[in-house]
Design a protein around this ligand. Sequence first.
Ligand SMILES: Nc1nc2c(ncn2[C@@H]2O[C@H](COP(=O)(O)OP(=O)(O)O)[C@@H](O)[C@H]2O)c(=O)[nH]1
Ligand SMILES: [Mg+2]
Length: 199
Amino acid sequence: MLASRGTLIVNLLSSPGSGKTTLLAETAKRWKDRYRLGVLVGDIATDRDAQKLAPWVPAIQLTTGGACHLGLPQVQRGWEQWEGERLDFLFIENIGNLVCPSSHDLGEHTRVVLLSTTEGDDKPGKYPKVFRTSHGVVISKLDLLPHVPFSIPAASDDARKVQPHLEIIPLSALSGEGLDVWLRFLETQRAMHVCNDCS
Ligand SMILES: Nc1nc2c(ncn2[C@@H]2O[C@H](COP(=O)(O)OP(=O)(O)O)[C@@H](O)[C@H]2O)c(=O)[nH]1
Ligand SMILES: [Mg+2]
């Protein structure tokens, strides 16, 4: 239904603190005059992320009260608050967790897992399902790479062992490095899944 209205749905998964909310804010800043965006942001408690995003993008907080992942009915109820809106991109920020959210299809077109440079390059093999079910991996906090023992080739090889078709996008939301590649990835996904003639 949303695809026919021109909306690409992107589900962001990662462990807590790897940079989902910050990346969404930076995406929204860059696209404020180009695309209509919306964010459904999941957390166990508080509406802090929705408040952080509010200056840049319409954001609805979905609070699970303890559940470790978002479910489709909750996402649908969140979306209904925008009934009638025509969004170009609807982002879902899932609960920070590399395990449970990977087993729950939220109807997204595109699933992206974030892995920050501070988390260690061995995580893809240790949490294979989230990498196997994703289309892209954002390696976040690239600005910290000089300070941490993290190898982008090692993380990429490990991730591609479980999902050979993964797009791997190293970036820093803080410095802006790599954000152009991220934005192009999103546009390509939208052109593939939603419409052929949109840029
Ligand atoms: N150095 C650095 N810190 C970042 C970057 N992106 C996010 N952070 C910081 O990491 C922390 C967690 O970010 P947040 O976006 O809340 O992560 P989330 O829990 O995945 O939504 C915050 O203190 C951010 O300022 C980045 O690219 N570089
Ligand atoms: Mg967040």
